[in-house]
Design a protein. Structure first.
Length: 184
């Protein structure tokens, strides 16, 4: 079980008893506010509570023994507000991308995401032999870009007008930070 305390947030492993609450946060509304910022050009795949439980169990079972958990809960004062995650863009070259979702809008712009992502990146650099951690977002999500910049991430790529949302074109934004920059 992973437990990473910060000043405002705690990152921790997802427990079976968290599944109903997480499911409700993620899938409980037809058009959740958080999804308008988190890659809304990809539809939210519907899950029942049981299919979500199954998905989470399979995710844990797929984790190699020597790798950290790929998804943790973000908790504030015993309230689950979101998750942090990572995925391998290309594992043989150790190209890893991180993600964060804060599902409760009342916790946006309060520093919770910045601290959670900082704790997460530190944890991943400690646990894995990474040279770089990346983050991909889109040009409408200015809050995510500011968080990444606050953490020292650099703009590494901008694919222009490759995302369409509500009839408008947006850029895909790739940001990253090298281990030596993170540790400086």
């Amino acid at each position: 079980m992973t437990y990473i305390p910060g000043e405002k947030v705690i990152l921790r492993s997802i427990k079976e008893e968290d599944h109903p609450y997480l499911w409700k946060l993620i899938y409980g509304e037809q058009e959740p506010e958080w999804k308008k910022w988190d890659a809304p050009y990809y539809p939210l795949e519907p899950h029942t509570l049981e299919s979500y439980r199954s998905y989470e169990r399979a995710r844990i079972e797929r984790l190699p023994e020597n790798e950290p958990d790929s998804r943790l809960i973000i908790e504030v004062d015993d309230v689950i507000i979101g998750t942090v995650s990572y995925y391998w863009e290309h594992k043989p070259s150790l190209w890893l991308e991180v993600g964060i979702g804060i599902y409760r809008p009342e916790y946006w712009s309060g520093g919770y995401g910045t601290e959670a992502l900082s704790l997460w990146i530190t944890h991943l650099f400690q646990q894995l032999p990474l040279a770089r951690v990346g983050l991909t977002t889109w040009s409408r999500n200015q809050r995510m870009m500011r968080v990444a910049e606050k953490l020292g991430m650099k703009l590494e790529g901008r694919m222009r007008k490759c995302r369409i949302y509500e009839g408008k074109h947006y850029d895909s934004i790739r940001m990253g930070i090298l281990r030596e920059e993170w540790e400086a």
